[in-house]
Design a binder for this molecule. Structure first.
Ligand code: HEM
Length: 201
């Protein structure tokens, strides 16, 4: 559904999904990087391989949950009105905001799918919620070295894309709040109700 000037805030469901997915995305990036050191620690005998496996399983489970939540959010986005961007925004700012939002949906859905594809031919099963036997089925991915490499590089780069998008998105939100003072942040932060000063909406 398109943006409507009547909607002043995002719906409660949209706000919950926004913050839940945001926290999960950032945590997944840092846990992903941490996982690289864990293998080293296990080889050095500092932790057990079982513990490393558990962290991997939780990373993968949380990633699959992000995929499901993001699909739900996309469904919600298309069926519920969202507040229009302030009329005071310049066309390039509105274009940038839309591009960042589309980029976020891309990584929210693309990153879990790439991660899932990456482990689809692994001999070690992905145990959802670290429960024995509750295994994630594999996607039909060719078991070829070149494919593994491309997927691994894409998953690695995706972590940086998420952090860059986040910096742009959060920076823009803070600019709206402290410099433009147009009430945009109110729409996504529960309880925040700073009266807009310059906005025409
Ligand atoms: C939004 C979801 C996800 C995010 C943001 C994310 C992020 C990351 C990041 C940043 C890394 C470190 C990559 C590197 O620097 O080399 C990583 C590693 C990894 N991720 Fe994900 N991930 C997500 C979902 C998934 C899913 C769904 C799976 C599998 C079902 C998965 C499997 C893995 C594996 C196996 C590694 C370790 C790769 C290695 O040891 O080289 N990820 N993830």
């Amino acid at each position: 559904m398109t943006a409507t000037p009547e909607a002043k805030r995002y719906t409660t469901v949209a706000i919950i999904l926004h913050w839940l997915i945001a926290v999960m995305l950032v945590s997944l990036v840092f846990v992903g990087w941490w996982m690289e050191d864990l293998g080293e620690a296990a080889r050095a005998g500092e932790i057990s391989f079982g513990q490393v496996q558990a962290v991997y399983n939780w990373h993968k489970t949380a990633g699959i949950l992000v995929l499901l939540l993001s699909l739900a959010r996309l469904g919600w986005r298309f069926t519920h009105p969202v507040p229009a961007l302030p009329a005071t925004m310049k066309p390039w700012e509105a274009l940038g905001a839309r591009a960042a939002h589309i980029g976020f949906y891309g990584v929210m859905i693309g990153m879990p799918l790439i991660g899932w594809a990456m482990v689809s031919n692994s001999s070690l099963p992905t145990r959802l919620f670290n429960i024995e036997g509750f295994n994630l089925p594999g996607l039909p991915v060719p078991d070829v070295e070149a494919v593994h490499e491309v997927l691994g590089s894409a998953h690695s780069a995706g972590g940086w894309v998420i952090l860059v998008l986040l910096a742009l998105h959060a920076g823009a939100a803070l600019k709206h709040h402290f410099l433009d003072r147009d009430g945009v942040l109110n729409r996504m932060v529960p309880g925040l109700n700073v009266p807009p000063q310059n906005a025409q909406d």
